[in-house]
Design a protein around this ligand. Sequence first.
Ligand SMILES: Cc1ncc(C[n+]2csc(CCOP(=O)(O)OP(=O)(O)O)c2C)c(N)n1
Ligand SMILES: [Mg+2]
Length: 364
Amino acid sequence: MSQDIAVGTESRTSSQGGLVGAHAERLSSLVTAQRATVDRATGLELYRDMTLGRRFEDKCAEMYYRGKMFGFVHLYNGQEAVSTGVIGAMKRQHDWFCSTYRDHVHALSAGVPAREVMSELFGKETGCSKGRGGSMHLFSKEHHLLGGFAFIGEGIPVALGAAFTSRYKRDALGDSSSNAVTAAFFGDGTCNNGQFFECLNMAQLWKLPILFVVENNKWAIGMAHDRATSDPEIWRKAGAFGMAGEEVDGMDVLAVRAAAQRAVERARAGEGPTVLECLTYRFRGHSLADPDELRAEEEKQFWAKRDPLKALERDLLAANLVSADELRAIEKEIDAEVQDCVDFALNAPEPDGSELTRYIWADD
Ligand SMILES: Cc1ncc(C[n+]2csc(CCOP(=O)(O)OP(=O)(O)O)c2C)c(N)n1
Ligand SMILES: [Mg+2]
């Protein structure tokens, strides 16, 4: 079996017939359709990361419906190619990541151990936010995860601050090793909020090393993207600030990876920020409390056929980089890892009631 074969650079979208809906039409005429070249080891790593994201979320749904997890829980199924594609193109524990309430998989991709993420969802002391945050507020200083944020758009200025810090340390404080890039993840609906525009302006003004990663999944709860925004092509809004903008097939991890690599390279070279609009889809309702009755069956089926995990599997097999048995073995390993983190979280201690106000102030 080959150790280092390029997986094709041609866009998958061009050969796809039967596209329906505006979002789908965009996929068929993507401006940027270049895809990353990966060797066997990287291909397996991408598959592993996406599988962990998928299986972890499936387990969350199971735990939620069994009454083990409380509050609002927003799952990421279908969008894995974005988290894996972007974070996999960055340096873990060096670059910075900022998420939304749909944050479990970003945390896992950033390297936060699954045990810590699951514990947090169960409100346990062993959680990455010590059980005080829950599903929407994952945080890890060690893994440079700046947080999940429940208010939409709230994370964007925080991410901007991290990008500013990196630039300031280098240019004002003379630390030549300071070259960290920040990725801010947020949704299509969030791009209609003020923070998005304010932060784009400042990022471009100061040429900050930041990627504004828009996960355009077509919907903001029950509001269709095309009905809520002046120009549905969000990447074009970068142009108003003189900033680089790219759109990419967010169901294709190799395309996301290639676009992210370009943006990270620009950012690290001091050439400033990028808006990276990833066209994607969530396979489940907005949250686990959403019966998901608004979206058309035809639309769901269209996107199910573009499942990013199956697409990567097809690519890796077609390039003869891995065998199907190897991929099944990875899934088995991941299932064991996910079960282990559930067992760990179920048996972990609750935060002590006497420490209710601990961790509110920075001293702790
Ligand atoms: C400031 C603010 N306004 C309104 C809400 C309610 N709200 C929660 S999720 C959401 C939709 C966000 O959609 P999008 O940005 O596309 O993200 P997605 O859920 O699709 O990942 C809204 C409006 C909120 N959380 N914060
Ligand atoms: Mg959305």
